[in-house]
Design a protein around this ligand. Structure first.
Ligand SMILES: C[S@@+](CC[C@H](N)C(=O)[O-])C[C@H]1O[C@@H](n2cnc3c(N)ncnc32)[C@H](O)[C@@H]1O
Ligand SMILES: Nc1nc2[nH]cc(C(=O)O)c2c(=O)[nH]1
Ligand code: SF4
Ligand SMILES: [Mg+2]
Length: 244
């Protein structure tokens, strides 16, 4: 019987694959994607973990059940576990992180920074991903600041920003200016509408590459030499396919 207070709402657990984005790009990892999000970005590529229409696919799982899945997928060999979603910050991950650390695993969490948890200090990597204007969400900077404070200088904290256009680029610069100590990762947005369950999952690679090139031109032109520009490697490899 699952204790509902400590249960984790899971959309999917998959891997090992490589982390396709940001500071950990290329690193083998197992993903735990949680169900449910307090945002609904106009271009979200993971709607199957956001839209309540997919709720029937989400499962309340005990910490132990989630852990057994990670152990099985990784063959018991410690690796980086990526917590994503949805907004994984909504879920109670403290016990799982402790369990995994005891066995030599590491944990990275990706969040928009709208929900703060004390257990952020137990993470190895905290990726804060404020949402730019094109998402049509309103960023709560006080909450993002609180996430940064909750990390207490323990995990590595980085900023990851999606950029579709000039407005998003200006927003990314503002975000970087607010957190001058944090490394900044910029990634071009993927416009292709997600079609959850669609096996085709093809994406507009030409459009992504154009925005990637424009982003590189922008940071070099502006001499923004601290910013790193990276594509979503998994999207280039596998399109919008789920579970990779
Ligand atoms: C699906 S979100 C889940 C975690 C959390 N809700 C968040 O947004 O950070 C994981 C990452 O994918 C990025 N992302 C989502 N849709 C995207 C798209 N269409 N193009 C590029 N990046 C996207 C988000 O900005 C975030 O950095
Ligand atoms: N390989 C791979 N890398 C990723 N980086 C962030 C992802 C996400 O959807 O959160 C993701 C994903 O879904 N797959
Ligand atoms: S915050 Fe993340 S998961 Fe939620 S809608 Fe936006 S991109 Fe999707
Ligand atoms: Mg994704």
């Amino acid at each position: 019987m699952t204790n509902t207070h400590s249960a984790i709402r899971v959309s999917e657990i998959f891997g090992p694959t490589i982390q396709g984005e940001g500071v950990l790009i290329g690193l083998p990892t197992v993903f735990i994607r949680t169900g449910g999000c307090d945002y609904r970005c106009s271009w979200c590529d993971s709607l199957h973990a956001v839209d309540k229409q997919f709720r029937h696919e989400w499962e309340m799982m005990s910490c132990e059940a989630v852990w057994q899945n990670v152990l099985a997928l990784s063959g018991g060999r410690p690796l980086m576990v990526s917590l994503s979603g949805g907004n994984p910050a909504i879920q109670p991950f403290g016990a799982l992180i402790k369990r995994g650390h005891d066995e030599g695993y590491q944990f990275a969490l990706e969040t928009q920074g709208s929900v703060v948890k004390e257990w952020f200090a137990e993470l190895d990597v905290l990726i804060l991903s404020p949402k730019p204007p094109s998402s049509q969400m309103t960023t709560n900077w006080a909450a993002i600041e609180a996430c940064f404070q909750a990390a207490q200088d323990k995990p590595q904290v980085v900023l990851k920003l999606v950029v579709f256009d000039e407005n998003d680029y200006a927003f990314a610069k503002q975000a970087a200016a607010r957190f001058p100590r944090l490394p900044v990762y910029l990634q071009p947005g993927n416009h292709t509408p997600p079609r959850p369950g669609d096996e085709d999952a093809s994406v507009d690679v030409d459009g992504i590459m154009k925005r990637m090139e424009w982003l590189v031109d922008s940071v070099t032109h502006d001499r923004w030499f601290e910013a790193r520009v990276l594509p979503q490697l998994h999207v280039l490899l596998w399109g919008n396919k789920r579970g990779v």
